[in-house]
Each structure stands twice: as C-alpha cells, then as structure tokens.
Design a protein around this ligand. Sequence first.
Ligand code: 13P
Ligand code: SF4
Length: 401
Amino acid sequence: MVVTVREPTIPITEIEQSAFCQTDEELKSKSLLEELKVDVRWQKLPVSYMRMEPEELDRRILEARAALGTRLMILGHHYQRDEIIRFADLRGDSFKLSQFAAEQEDAEYIIFCGVHFMAETASILGGPDKKVVLPNLTAGCSMADMAHVDDVLDCWDDLSGLLGDGAITPITYMNSTAAIKAMCGRNDGIVCTSSNAEATYKWALEKGEKILFLPDQHLGRNTGVKMGIRPDEMIVWNPFKSMGGHTEDELRQAKVILWQGHCSVHTRFTVPQIEEARQRHPDVNVVVHPECTMEVVQAADSNGSTEFIKKTIEDAAPGTKWAVGTEISLVNRLAKENPDKTVFCLDSVVCPCSTMYRIHPAYLSWVLDGLNEGIVLNEIVVDPETAGYAKIALDRMLSIV
Ligand code: 13P
Ligand code: SF4
C-alpha cells in the first residue's frame, strides 16, 4: 500500500482567478501590456505584440488567417473572449470540439482557442499528422491542476490493493491531463465531458460496482445523483491524506469515490444567488453548469454543458428570462445574441475563467504569423505511449455517446 505525504498546494491558476473580476465594466480586451498590469504570469511573447492595440491585432489576425486558407482550422471554446471567438471556424463545448478534432481530415493545423487539456485532447484525437497549437501555453485549468498524475496513480494503487483488480472503474472528466486519461485507458476506464457524464456512469455501472471519478467532485456527485446514487454513497478522496482520508470500511462501502477537485469559476455560484434571482424575477429560469455544487444544481431548473446552456437559451420563447450559472464571457455573449430574451449572470461580481482569458488576441496574432513564416509556435505534443492509452479512453467515450 502506498502512503503519500505531500503538502496541499493551491494551483497558480486558482490564485489568479480573481484578477479580472469586476462589477461595473464590460470585459473588453486591451493591449496585452495593459492587461498584464494586474500582475498575472502569462507566457512571454515578443514585445511588439504586447504593445499592439486591439484594432491592429484584429486586422493582423484577419490577414494572417486568410493567408493560411484551408490549411488551418481555428477551434474556439464557448468561454473564449469575444475578441477571440469571432475568429473561430467552429465553436463548441469540450465534447463537440473533441468530436470535431477526431473527424477533422483536411486541415494541416488546428489552433485551439481554449485551455491546455482541450488542445492536448485535440492532438491525441487528431493523430500525429495534425499540428495542434495552443496560443498561450499558460492557458491551463485550475481544476485539472488539482489532480497530479502521481497522486492519482497512488490513489489507484491504494484502491486496487484494497478492493481487488477490476472492482472499480476510473472515469476522468475531460478536464484532466493526458497522463490521467492514459491511466483510465490502461485500466478499463473512460473519459467523459459534462454532456455525456451520465452515459459513462451507466457504462461503468453495467460492468462493475464502483466508480473513481476524477478530478471534479461536483460533476461526479451531480452525475451520481442523476443516476439514483445517494449523496452518502459518494465520498471524497483527499490526495493529501493517507487512503484519501478514509477507513477501509468507508472505501469498501462507497459506490463512487470522488477526487477532491473543483472549478473555481463554478463554485462561486450559490443557492442565495438563485433565491435572489427568483425574488427579483419570479418567472426566471435558472440554468447552471454541472460543475456547480450539488445544492446549486438542485436549486436550478436545468443544468448541462456549455453547448446545452447555449442551445436551451437560443431555443427558448421570446420574452423569457434566464439567470445563468456559468463563465461570464459566454453569459455576456448569450445576452447579446438573444436580445429578445433577458439573460444575466447569477453572480453580480463578474469573473471570467482566468485561464480561458489568457488567450489574448496578441497570442493568436503571434502564432498565426509564425505559421505563415513556416514556424509552428506552441505546438502541443503528447508522447506516443501516453497518447495511445489516452486515446483508448477517449475512443470509448466517443463510441458510447
Ligand atoms: P463544457 O464541456 O461544458 O464546455 O465545459 C468545459 C469546462 O471547462 C467548463 O468549465
Ligand atoms: Fe477549468 Fe473551471 Fe476554467 Fe472550465 S471554467 S477551464 S473547469 S477553471
């Protein structure tokens, strides 16, 4: 049995989370030099790009993108800023974008405007012939940073030692490193996203009794509840404690073991915010992302992935009102794109996902110029062995949903 002793650490991505929070102003891109004044640590790039004003960057991006034609696809996650998403050839949630990367045959390059785990997944699914670029290499995910592969492997050794081989199925949320996806591929496990987590629970429970869910305890718990698993049948594995902080009996009895990870954007939403929205607008509909806590998800009217939230509001009747519990760049865009409806964020303090926000137009302009000069900057490459096992777990996901 492996006993891990490691000091708890807070990912830098979580520490920087509040850097761009505000209450009174619209989030509008400034020059990178201006944005870096709030003391955040992003990837360095040539100073000429840092000085460029948004209008100049817009023009340069358009020209450089046009020069690359069909050799390039730009993918954009829904949480990207407006000044980036306008250049995306395809927008989507994690699932839609990964499906696209798996099916994409034509383009030589994919620029992934999203975060590291998404670009890594696109690289694994796109195969060795496709070059995937992440414009800013420091665009990570604080939740993914909460699961270190060494801690996850220790946990897996402890659980398989205690419960026996094959007694537990690992499911990792897309928001995790390729190494953790590979661990799932090696051990008859699977990857999920917020749009197919229930299908993966069903798949896992048909073949075994227990699930280890990584790294978001909230998505794991909310999915368990949807599948009829009681909250007291799900326990949280603390990687900083021996045996996750549990007795052997507790681990034997649990149906789902949830990794102690969370999203710092979605755990800001609270039940009192929902109550206030309902008081102010008695006819409001509340829709949240399943990375919110169980209490928030239960108090909302519906929950689902970013694509679900977008579609739900787009398909709603004119005049309806929507209080939304997800990242602010998406909420603001939905408000603008649905002027016949009232769309607002549940939280009055407006916080973008600090890592999605790191894809500033200056980075996009820089990597596009690089491609036009024949230089692939910031290419995301996964070693073949890790990529091979991670692909097994990703292909399982793509085949069951
Ligand atoms: P979606 O798969 O719903 O787009 O979510 C990705 C994510 O990181 C949400 O925080
Ligand atoms: Fe990660 Fe949360 Fe940002 Fe999604 S919103 S990328 S889970 S930090």
